[in-house]
Design a protein around this ligand. Structure first.
Ligand SMILES: O=C(O)C(=O)C[C@]1(C(=O)O)C=C[C@@H](O)C=C1
Length: 270
C-alpha cells in the first residue's frame, strides 16, 4: 500500500497519514486537489486530506475536490492540533504557515506579533522549511519540526486548547464501503426554491438519522447555486439510509447525489 498526503514531511496531514499507514510508503503533494487527483487516478492506494478544523471550520479546497473527483472516503481521523512558533531565533519579520494554521493562532499573533507580515504557504511544514532557509521568517507548525537550526520559540499558540482537525482517508472509488458508523454524501440539487434545504434534510429527520455536519459550497455554475456536503451518523448499509438517499435522489433529480462512503472514526493523539 502507498499513501499520499500534504507535504513536505512534518505536516499535520503527514502525521495523520502515518497513524493509519502501518509503515507504508508515504508520498507528498503540494495541494489537497493534487492528492485527491492522485487517488482518483489510482496512483496511490490511500490519500489523507484535512476536512474541518474546530476553530477555523471547513477546508474548502478539500470539499470542492470531493465534489469534483470520484473517490471513496474509507476512514475519518480526528487529531488534536497544537501549534508551535518555530524560527532560527527571535529576530524575524514574517510568519509563514498554512492559512488554516495562521487563522487558528489569530489572537496570539495579533497580541504578540501585531507588526509581522503573515504569509500563507502550502502547508505548515513548508513554512518551517522557509524559516530554515531564512532567519527573517518564522513558521507555525508541529513542534517536532524543530531541528537543523530551527528552535521552538513558543508552544501551544492556538487560540483554543481544544483545537482539533478532522481528516479523511481516501481510496479509489471501487473501494467504497457501505459498512461504518458514519457516511458522507455530496448533493447537487441544481434547483433553487423556498424550502429546498429543508426538504433535503427531512428524509434524514423522518428516519431519526442524526446529521453531524451540513456545509454548502458554491457550485461554481452561477451565484446562489450550491453543492451540499452532508455527514450522517448511519451506515450506507442501513435500510433507513438507503430509503433517505432514495428520497434525496428524487429531490435532486435535476442534479446528482454522490455517496462518498461509510467509515469509522479514529482518534489519534499528537
Ligand atoms: O499544513 C499542514 O500541516 C496540514 O496538514 C494542513 C492543515 C489544514 O489544512 O487544516 C491540517 C491541520 C491543521 O489544521 C493545519 C493545517
Amino acid at each position: 500500500m502507498t499513501a499520499v498526503t500534504l507535504g513536505p514531511e512534518g505536516t499535520y496531514s503527514h502525521r495523520a497519514a502515518t497513524a493509519i499507514a502501518d509503515g507504508d510508503e508515504i508520498d507528498f503533494r503540494q495541494s489537497v486537489t493534487a492528492i485527491v487527483d492522485a487517488v482518483a487516478r489510482g496512483e496511490h492506494d490511500r490519500g489523507v486530506i484535512p476536512i474541518e478544523n474546530s476553530i477555523e471550520g471547513s477546508v474548502t479546497e478539500s470539499l470542492d475536490a470531493l465534489a469534483e473527483y470520484d473517490v471513496a472516503v474509507v476512514r475519518e481521523i480526528v487529531t488534536p492540533i497544537r501549534h508551535a512558533l518555530l524560527a532560527q531565533g527571535p529576530e524575524f519579520d514574517t510568519i509563514a504557515s498554512h492559512s488554516q494554521a495562521l487563522a487558528q493562532c489569530r489572537s496570539y499573533l495579533d497580541r504578540e506579533y501585531p507588526d509581522a507580515t503573515l504569509e500563507a504557504v502550502a502547508s505548515t511544514a513548508q513554512g518551517v522549511e522557509f524559516a530554515r532557509e531564512d532567519p527573517s521568517v518564522a513558521g507555525i507548525g508541529h513542534p517536532d519540526n524543530a531541528s537543523n537550526g530551527i528552535e521552538v520559540l513558543a508552544e501551544d499558540i492556538q487560540d483554543q486548547d481544544s483545537n482539533a482537525t478532522r481528516f479523511f482517508a481516501l481510496a479509489p472509488a471501487e473501494e467504497r464501503s457501505k459498512g461504518g458508523g458514519k457516511s458522507t454524501l455530496v448533493v447537487y440539487p441544481n434547483a433553487n426554491y423556498p424550502g429546498l434545504l429543508l426538504e433535503l434534510l427531512e428524509p434524514f429527520a423522518d428516519r431519526d438519522i442524526n446529521l453531524t455536519r451540513v456545509e454548502s459550497r458554491p457550485s461554481g455554475q452561477r451565484l446562489g447555486d450550491y453543492v451540499f456536503h452532508i455527514d450522517i451518523e448511519a451506515g450506507l448499509y442501513e435500510a433507513r439510509t438507503k430509503e433517505a438517499i432514495e428520497d434525496l435522489e428524487k429531490l435532486a433529480e435535476k442534479g446528482w447525489v454522490r455517496r462518498l462512503g461509510s467509515y469509522d472514526t479514529e482518534h489519534v493523539v499528537g
